[in-house]
Each structure stands twice: as structure tokens, then as C-alpha cells.
Design a protein around this ligand. Structure first.
Ligand code: NAP
Length: 320
């Protein structure tokens, strides 16, 4: 049987490229710009991607596409409704990145509360030597309560770590979870009122766009810290900037932004904001595990008709 043709929508890690090359014919979209209009387009049966928009117009160019394998657990860039309507399987890379992302979230939270970003710039710019010690941080982890928005795999791994720091935990999601002892808050405003550190660990969806609003930040209060490890679209960035500027909240730690890689200038070089370039899962160890899962999904789909980690919206589809 002829090997299916897989399109790499953007640069893939060696573990993905080499792993796929053992089972499939490969084409790189970035090396073949005319790909989607050539006769080859009809041969494409699978696509791999990392944060590339896959919408209905993209799918229309590849009439025999059977699977979209996303190199990430968040798949907000893929129109899953359009894929499901065309019987195209969509996969993501859950679980293998959970612990790494939770580690990053905790690092970001401590950095934001204790203002490590400003402190590091103090050393780097020579001010420690010229001006003396860095000012005491107004924030401390002592006595803090963590409010997790999105108590999924990553949210739970963050909460477990935060418990070890002596933090109290509460959470908000679309529904209360059975078998979870943390206090459940019915709304995001209630969550912000119940805690002083909000941790966003949800996907970015149309329903929760700008969910961290003026009202939520006001409820978080003057000792409040917002950490976003989920998706930038969940936070109303202009509202966040107003809250930081006006002392409505104490600080923020942000790994994700609404319009990456562009970060609003008002969030840069602030003593009370720590910014990271979306590196939640970005270690070689974890990215290799994610890459292997992309390969496993494609191989399994074409060999058995089943994906290893289908997203819920296409989990009902069978390949054979
Ligand atoms: P997960 O296990 O599916 O958990 C997602 C949680 O979000 C669920 O507990 C869900 O709880 C909650 N949620 C709240 N509003 C939601 C909505 N509108 N739609 C769907 N779920 C909603 O996923 P995960 O593995 O923990 O990953 C969570 C997210 O983290 C990913 O989707 C991604 O956006 C982000 N992420 C970021 C990085 C990074 O590098 N910064 C890395 C990996 C993942 P309810 O069902 O109770 O609402």
C-alpha cells in the first residue's frame, strides 16, 4: 500500500520528522509554498502543526485529509467543528506536558509574587552595586490562597504543588467536580473574592474570551496576583493593564498573551509584571514526549483507525 502523504504545516522537531519519515511520505509546507494549489494537495492525508490556524478554508484545499495532529494540548487554533463535519480526526498532546507546565506555572507564580523579574533586572543593570539592595517585595506566598480557573490536568498538578507551599486552594470551572475537596466557586468573581492569586489554566475558547475582566480583577483586590499559564485570550489585556497601573491588583505573571508573539508594551519592564515567551512546556524532554505522541497518533490512525489522544470533538470518528 502506498504511504500516506503527511504535510508538516510548520517546522517540526527532529523526533517528529524522523519518526514520521519511517512510516509516511512527508512534505514541508514552508518549503513548498505552492503545495495547497498543486496536484499534490489531493494526496495529503495528514497534517501536523504547532500553533498554526487550521480553518475551513485550509481544509478545503486538501480534499482527502483524514487527520490533523496538533503538537500541543491546547487546540484553539484548529476549527474542530469544521474538521468533525468533514470526518477529519483531530489529535492533541495531553498529559505528557502536564508536570512541566505545572512547574512553569509555580515558578511564574513565585516570580510574580516576589517580583523576581524586577529583581533580576536590578542585578543585570548594575543597580545592586550602584544603588544597593532591591526593595522588599510587597507580596509573599505566606498565607496566600490560590484560585485555580480550570481545574483540569494542569490545574490539578498546579494545585498539588501549591498545597506543598502551604497555600489554600479554591477553584472555578464550568461545573463542580466530584471527588475534589477544594472549595468550588460558582463564578469567576466569586473565585477572585475567595483568593488573592488567580491561576488561569483553561483552554482559550470563544466562551471564555476576556473572562478575566475588570470586575474579576477588582474582586481580586490590591494584594491580588494574576498568573496566566492557559491562553492569552482568556484575559482582557487592556483591563489587566488598567488594574496593574491603578493598583487595583498587585502584580501578574504571564506566559501567554492575546496576540503572540506581540506583548503590549505596557506589560514590559514593569516591576510588578513577569513575562515569559509561552514556554510552559518548552523543555527538550517534554517537547520530545509531545513530538513522539504526534507520531504515535498518526501511525495509530493509519494502522488501526484509532487515534491515541483524539480531542473530544472528534473522538467518535473511526479511521477504518
Ligand atoms: P484539561 O485537562 O482539559 O483541563 C481544562 C480545564 O479547563 C477543565 O478542568 C475545564 O473544567 C476548564 N474549563 C473552564 N472553562 C472551559 C472552557 N470554556 N472550555 C473547556 N474547558 C474549560 O486541559 P489541560 O491539559 O489541563 O490544559 C489546559 C490548557 O492549558 C490547555 O487547553 C492550554 O490552553 C493550556 N496550556 C498552556 C501551556 C503553556 O505553554 N502555557 C501548555 C499546555 C497547556 P470544566 O470542564 O469544569 O469547565
Amino acid at each position: 500500500m502506498a504511504q500516506p502523504l503527511i504535510l508538516l504545516a510548520n517546522t517540526a522537531m527532529p523526533i517528529v520528522e524522523n519518526g514520521l519519515a519511517q512510516h509516511f511520505k512527508l512534505r514541508k509546507a514552508y518549503e513548498t509554498p505552492e503545495m495547497d494549489t498543486s496536484a499534490l494537495a489531493a494526496e495529503v492525508q495528514g497534517v501536523t502543526l504547532f500553533q498554526v490556524p487550521i480553518d475551513a478554508a485550509f481544509l478545503d484545499k486538501f480534499p482527502n485529509l483524514k487527520i490533523v495532529a496538533n503538537f500541543s494540548v491546547g487546540y484553539d487554533c484548529v476549527d474542530t467543528e469544521a474538521c468533525a463535519a468533514r470526518n477529519i480526526m483531530v489529535t492533541n498532546t495531553p498529559d505528557v506536558l502536564t508536570e512541566e507546565v505545572a512547574d512553569t506555572a509555580i515558578g511564574l507564580m513565585i516570580s510574580a509574587v516576589r517580583q523576581f523579574g524586577g529583581a533580576e533586572r536590578w542585578v543585570q543593570s548594575g543597580q545592586w552595586a550602584s544603588k544597593g539592595p532591591y526593595p522588599l517585595s510587597p507580596g509573599t506566598l505566606r498565607g496566600r490562597t490560590l484560585g485555580v480557573y480550570g481545574l483540569g490536568s494542569i490545574g490539578k498538578a498546579i494545585a498539588k504543588r501549591a498545597e506543598a507551599f502551604g497555600m489554600s486552594i479554591c477553584y472555578h470551572g464550568r461545573s463542580r467536580q466530584m471527588g475534589v475537596d477544594y472549595a468550588y466557586c460558582e463564578t469567576l468573581v466569586e473565585l477572585a473574592e475567595c483568593c488573592d492569586t488567580v491561576m488561569v489554566a483553561t483552554p482559550g475558547t470563544p466562551e471564555n474570551q476576556n473572562a478575566i475582566s475588570d470586575d474579576v480583577l477588582k474582586a481580586l483586590g490590591a494584594n491580588g496576583v494574576l498568573v496566566n499559564i492557559g491562553r492569552g485570550s482568556v484575559v482582557d489585556e487592556p483591563a489587566l493593564i488598567r488594574a496593574l497601573d491603578g493598583g487595583i491588583i498587585l502584580g501578574a505573571g504571564l506566559d501567554v498573551f492575546a496576540n503572540e508573539p506581540h506583548v503590549p508594551p505596557a506589560l514590559l519592564n514593569c516591576g510588578n509584571v513577569v513575562v515569559l515567551p509561552h514556554i510552559g512546556s518548552a523543555s527538550i524532554y517534554t517537547r520530545d514526549a509531545m513530538g513522539q505522541l504526534v507520531v504515535d497518533n498518526l501511525v495509530s490512525w493509519f494502522e488501526t483507525g484509532k487515534a491515541v489522544t483524539p480531542v473530544p470533538e472528534t473522538a467518535h470518528l473511526q479511521g477504518k
